[in-house]
Write a protein of this length. Sequence first.
Length: 395
Amino acid sequence: MTATLPSLPKLKPNPRWAKLPLFNRKNWSRVRFDDVVENFNETCDPAEAGLERVVAMEHLEPGSLHVRAWGNVTDGTTFTRRCRPGQVLFGKRRAYQRKVAVAEFDAVVSGDIYVLAPKGDRLLPELLPFFCLSERFFQHAVGTSAGSLSPRTNWSSLASFEFDLPPLDQQRRIAEILWAVDEAEQMQNKLVSTISVAQEAWFENALGGTEPNEIEINDLGQIITGTTPKTSEPSYYDPQECLFVSPADISDIRYVTSTEKRISKVGLDTGRPIPRDAVMVVCIGSTIGKVAMASEWCLTNQQINSVVCKSDHNPLVVYFALRRQQKLFRQVASCTAVPILNKGNFSALKIPFPKNGAEQVIAERLLDFESSVENAKASVEASRNLKTNLTNSLL
């Protein structure tokens, strides 16, 4: 018999919350942003300075305070602005993307990134990134941006932003709370990555270790229906809300999302519509063979082979099967200055694939992994929302 837990009484809001020490704003002082923050413009030759990493706008994740990707100086760069560990990176181009991060290593950064640090001793370095993430600050940054296609906010506009600064003891407690929530978010992010890696490793082992009579070598054309119709089908999707996906949007992330490339901005005649969960493969250039799935109805251009699985095949199984064939895609591509994998060669590719019975079992296990990933992502989103709400309430 399962014990029934007593229902908890509904807690009423504490009308005296503002009088708690952490929220008591009696001794907070109104300051301008440039009173307590400095915009560093330290420049150097990255090779002479011994720097190895390059951070550009595309390396900053919206809403995250951590730099998880970067480029290499040896690949060539024209950037000269330097950042040092502990400094805050703020993306001034398209500020609505909310790109703020704390540098954890020496690097050179794009000219579209401000390098910020506290001026003097009135503002704790640990609290600065959260001020930059606060809703009021972003509203100010977006509101003072200029330009139509690629709006940018300037330093003089950011410098004029006014806010209430807590005493140092309160700053320290607020920073401890916010970084604790951020740490929980990062742990949950690692869990998402761990499950995803385990999922891919399991599939590799399952396909490699499956009994020979459960595997067949298929022409890719036997698994997919081919490219989707070239004409628009309004009954399938809202063309004004469709995503436009280019090869640059396809990375190691499974589902493609692009909040800036709506079809209303690029025109209805630009590409071919494909449905959610269709599998896309880059068929031209240096990223040939990169694979992703459509997160929703979207459009692609001719540089992507967009394919829809036949009804008796599972798109998730097809996605993982195609990820294993990146080297094969490159080998089959034409050897020209810009390698191209045409649709004929693409459809004729022979790949090992589970037979229907085995595919169903594999698909069910992959979906179990998917459920775990989605639950972990929900925890990440909850922590991120908590961090956002706390930042906006406390600051």
